[in-house]
Design a protein around this ligand. Structure first.
Ligand code: ZN
Length: 316
């Protein structure tokens, strides 16, 4: 008889986002999860989900700000310092703004909810420590993270506790999938920690903070990777297509000495179509021996002034 894997209805995507940081818990054993039903396959470092559905990520790239707030639903499990600490670490590491905001002020803001018992299990499953995207309309358009607060508060170190919100954040901020074996149909029918060099791993040897690998993914995900070409014609710039990481073109000037500076002009009307996308007039008159360059940028300071493309210049 030829046996096939039993077909099972795939669970909602958010269930594969459950964080399994076995090694950060006291007295924690992976054995407790082996009875669970099959889960979705491990899908590689980045989820194959259209970028356009990651609404808070897109807002973050346009504005340079990732808003969040904390809520505690149970009397125990105050993990505010851990959540705040995770955001402060992330903010300093990537030179971005992560303001703590009021959920009612109308902007996209990521909820970080400490909950417990049945309410937590209903959102994340009883075996998880945390999950993201369990609220309507689900991952990735909803980035709300829920934590088993009383449980997480028992983790032995501040770094361990902070690693949980960092891990959940990167599911939504950089489209990251788990960096552990969450495929229950590959011969190991349990979540299995594998060697990981990133915050998306699990187990006692998994990093408790962002690594050089996480940094590289962050930059590749958020900073423009292709640069708009263009041509200067009589102080008008005609420019080409941009990638999805670009939300504006910035106009730079290079004078005869090589000194390069931002002219103060930006063009928000970028497009992804091949060919000529648009044209604009320079806001500054050009002197002799002056070059015009275009930068593909977004709201993140680290994206500014990278990969400047010369589109033309004046004669000397
Ligand atoms: Zn996860």
């Amino acid at each position: 008889m030829h046996s096939e894997a039993v077909p099972v209805k795939p669970p909602p995507l958010w269930t594969i986002l459950m964080l399994w940081l076995g090694g950060v818990l006291l007295g924690f054993s992976l054995g407790v999860c082996t009875a669970k039903e099959a889960e979705a396959h491990h899908q590689g470092p980045i989820f194959p989900i259209p970028r356009s559905l990651f609404t808070q990520e897109l807002e973050f790239e346009a504005t340079g700000e990732w808003w969040w707030y904390y809520r505690q639903d149970c009397s125990g499990g105050n993990i505010y310092n851990d959540i705040q600490g995770a955001f402060l670490d992330t903010m300093w590491r990537y030179n971005i703004l992560m303001p703590e905001g009021d959920p009612s002020d109308g902007r996209i803001s990521q909820a970080n909810i400490s909950t417990c018992a049945a309410a937590f299990a209903a959102a994340c499953g009883s075996e998880a420590v945390a999950c993201v995207g369990s609220d309507y309309p689900g991952y990735p358009r909803n980035c709300d993270a829920k934590y088993n607060g009383p449980y997480m508060a028992t983790f032995y170190s501040f770094d361990s506790r902070k690693s949980v919100p960092k891990h959940e954040l990167q599911h939504c901020m950089t489209r990251r999938a788990e960096d552990y074996d969450d495929d229950r149909t590959d011969g190991t029918d349990y979540l299995r920690c594998i060697p990981s060099g990133s915050i998306m791993g699990c187990g006692p040897n998994a990093p408790k903070d962002y690594t050089a690998f996480d940094d590289a993914v962050f930059y590749a995900e958020h900073f423009p990777q292709s640069f708009t070409g263009g041509v200067l014609v009589d102080e008008n710039v005609f420019y080409g297509s941009s990638d999805t990481r670009t939300t504006r073109l910035a106009v730079y000037i290079r004078i005869y000495s090589g000194y390069t500076f931002w002219s103060g002009q930006v063009v928000d009307d970028v497009c992804g179509n091949p060919g000529v996308c648009g044209a604009f007039a320079l806001s500054l008159p050009l002197g002799p021996c002056t070059d015009v360059l275009l930068g593909s940028e977004n709201g993140l300071p680290g994206s500014w002034g990278r990969g400047l493309q010369r589109v033309g210049g004046t004669s000397c």
